[in-house]
Design a protein around this ligand. Sequence first.
Ligand SMILES: Cc1ncc(COP(=O)(O)O)c(C=O)c1O
Length: 396
Amino acid sequence: MEKATLHQLRLAERMSRLGTETAFEVLNKARALERLGKKIIHLEIGEPDFSTPANVVEAGIGALRQGWTHYGPSAGLPELRQAIAEEVGRSRGVQVSSDQVVVVPGGKPIIFFTLLALAEAGDEVIFPNPGFPIYESMIHYAGARPVPIRLREEKDFGFDVDELASLISDRTRLIILNSPQNPTGGVLSKQDVHDIAEVIGDRNIMVLSDEIYSRLLFEGEHYSIMSEPGFQERTILLDGFSKTYAMTGWRLGYGVMRADLAIHIARLMTNSTSCTASFTQIAGVEAVRGDQSSVERMRAEFQRRRDVFVAGLNRIKGFSCRLPKGAFYAFPNITKTGWSSKKLADALLEQAGVACLSGTSFGDFGEGYLRFSVANSLENLNQALVQIDQWTKQNL
Ligand SMILES: Cc1ncc(COP(=O)(O)O)c(C=O)c1O
């Protein structure tokens, strides 16, 4: 029999700079424990537990039956780009034309493509920390230098605008904003956005404004930097269908940006996935143009769960949690437990049967915090509180 030769895997250097999203690793670990017969309450993954609204599902099925099963244009189907342009124009109070919209499979590719298109060695990119881990991963991957701006609990997880001013340099190419924010649930107010716009001034710096949770707001109104005078041409707005319409598995999101940049982002689509699935996009048209009552129903339910869960966390020894103003996460401070975030998250998974994420999954400034997703039933959330409480009583 011929002897197999072992060839060493030689990865490109850039792969060493690519990070990951630990939510999926924790999910795998939790599933492994479940296979051993342990019961786990899943509060680690950031995905709505609701079904996609029926009208959207029907539109998707109808699209499949009508033959929307072929390639489409890289930038997205004209009818969906038009529907998004109208919706974003209306909700952000700006004029948007369909050639400013690029439809992609989920919100994530807009982060990937924006960094590939705009950032390179020698550039600096300012990003929120703690924040969605893909920002830092992709800044590194593009060869640029990640410059974290610390989100501060005492500022309700907003940041200090003077600090932002001190971080901006001649090399700053891009600033990433995210509101409502993952993982903290913090929200930038209209005043915060004004102040940020003022600090950026007329510098030629682009802003990637991740607004994927814009419809999951518990107080006030969503305000985008795209609405600030002079910022439409410097903003890449990221939004999508995953969180708003419980469509994570459909893979549907978009970026809105100046038309001369949209051409290049569409070229990255041509080079990577060709196009977003056509039937998914037809379902997307129904999501945007159809009945919106399910969006409000889901938002109200997340608010109810947030109230119960955060109040419960605040009764647990060593935990203190601010009331998040948006998204569907609770981000308690756990420093008084005396445990590190990672150790505590591991112990809660293995010993208390509750899966959550260490704050450090969202960057170094996440130490001292845990992230719980409230995208689970009230019954499971209450049960998780009981199990965490029991565990802390036995171990702290
Ligand atoms: C802040 C933020 N941006 C973008 C995304 C990506 O969303 P999608 O699943 O549509 O790619 C997520 C998903 O968790 C997120 O939390």
